[in-house]
Design a protein around this ligand. Structure first.
Ligand SMILES: NC(=O)c1ccc[n+]([C@@H]2O[C@H](COP(=O)([O-])OP(=O)(O)OC[C@H]3O[C@@H](n4cnc5c(N)ncnc54)[C@H](O)[C@@H]3O)[C@@H](O)[C@H]2O)c1
Length: 364
């Protein structure tokens, strides 16, 4: 069976959703495109047709009308972050499974509402943290699950990127508290998701220091935070979109009693260090073959393709997708706790209830 999927929001990242559907065309068929700017929906419909030879798909301005008329099995949401929650809740209530771009929402309350409504309607939801499918990250995860690290000590995520003024000028929602958040919420949340996934998924406390140094935005362009996990491990976040003159690297490092792994490259796609007490020779061999394969990746990577496949399988076999709504909520809560810590000047104990809206006017 092929699942009918409609895309809501046809801007910059939506190309990755189109490509994920094309690559999974044995199980997914795009049935329509929706954007309040109808020309963008038409552009994506034409792009799909030019790549596949398919007839042009219907385009809509109103996603609720689209769902009522076409009844898609799945919608993928790629609108501004501040709109994800309302659209996801409505689509779940209209009977669709939902793939939602990161972050799933901009407040813990909204994330909880999405998860509650998905459960009530018995629908699946996945969040696009596609880097979990990067081959080096999968390899790291296998080593972790095989308990090769021994006791986990600490891990770091370093996002040393640049977003120029043009990036913010092209879409006025970027960097606003109402629709986006700053470097931690938009750019670093992928790495924070990986860090917390590797270090036990059970953050208990967050201390943060954030700044708006250079960018013409409301929110932070630089953030650091320390995360304490229930198992005793410590996570360290360093994130910037101010690195001169362009993107430098995004690096995830995990250190345990019996192992050290560093995955760098432009976006956590190249193994730079792979060291375990066991299997030294074999591990080094695998490391060399992997790093040369992965170096060519872009910042978005190719993870949307396996993520969409994993999502369809979760529906087919009635199991949780790898990045469920509950799983996708964890990094959101860490970022919101970091914001609260910056605002209060105190460490924040989780669970924490916070919204980006509570940061309004903070840096002005
Ligand atoms: N997974 C990733 O690596 C990744 C990368 C970039 C962006 N993103 C996320 O994707 C989302 C979109 O980012 P973008 O850069 O593509 O933004 P964008 O501004 O380029 O596109 C958003 C689109 O949504 C449309 N839209 C807004 N409201 C709508 C509605 N009610 N119905 C239909 N369409 C609507 C807008 O008209 C616009 O075309 C953000 O949440 C962002 O954080 C994820």
């Amino acid at each position: 069976m092929k699942y009918k999927l409609a895309i809501i929001g046809c801007g910059r990242i939506s190309i990755k959703h189109v490509e994920a559907c094309i690559s999974n065309s044995n199980i997914i068929q795009i049935s329509a495109f929706c954007d309040i700017d109808i020309q963008k929906a038409k552009n994506k419909s034409e792009l799909l047709s030019s790549r596949t030879g398919d007839i042009l798909k219907p385009v809509y301005k109103n996603y609720q009308k689209m769902i009522k008329e076409l009844n898609p099995d799945i919608v993928s949401i790629a609108t501004e972050s501040g709109k994800h929650a309302e659209i996801a809740v409505n689509c779940l209530n209209l009977g669709c499974h939902v793939i939602c771009e990161k972050p799933m929402a901009l407040s813990t309350k909204d994330a909880d509402e999405i998860n509650k409504v998905a459960k009530k309607n018995k629908k699946k939801i996945a969040i696009c943290f596609q880097n979990r499918f990067n081959p080096p990250v999968k390899k790291l995860r296998s080593a972790l699950e095989a308990k090769k690290f021994g006791k986990l000590i600490y891990g770091t995520i370093q996002v040393r990127w640049n977003r120029n003024d043009d990036y913010y000028r092209k879409a006025s929602w970027r960097g606003t508290w109402e629709m986006d958040g700053g470097a931690l919420m938009n750019q670093c949340i992928h790495g924070i998701d990986l860090l917390q996934w590797m270090l036990g998924e059970d953050a208990t406390r967050v201390w943060a220091l954030t700044r708006r140094f250079l960018k013409p935005i409301e929110a932070e362009d630089f953030g650091t935070a320390i995360i304490e996990f229930k198992n005793g491990a410590v996570g360290i976040i360093e994130g910037s979109v101010d690195v001169y003159p362009q993107n430098l690297s995004e690096t995830l490092s995990i250190f345990g009693e019996k192992g050290s792994v560093v995955i760098g490259g432009i976006a956590i796609n190249k193994i730079e260090n792979w060291n375990f007490e066991s299997d030294v020779f074999l591990e080094n061999l695998k490391k060399n073959s992997l790093s040369s394969n992965e170096e060519k990746q872009t910042i978005y990577g190719f993870g949307h393709i396996p993520l969409f496949k994993n999502f369809v399988e979760s529906i087919e076999f009635d199991r949780e997708p790898l990045i469920s709504g509950e799983s996708g909520r964890k990094s959101l809560e860490i970022v919101l706790a970091a914001y609260k810590s910056q605002k209060t000047g105190l460490p924040v104990t989780l669970p924490c209830d916070f919204s980006t809206l509570e940061m309004k006017n903070y840096f002005s």
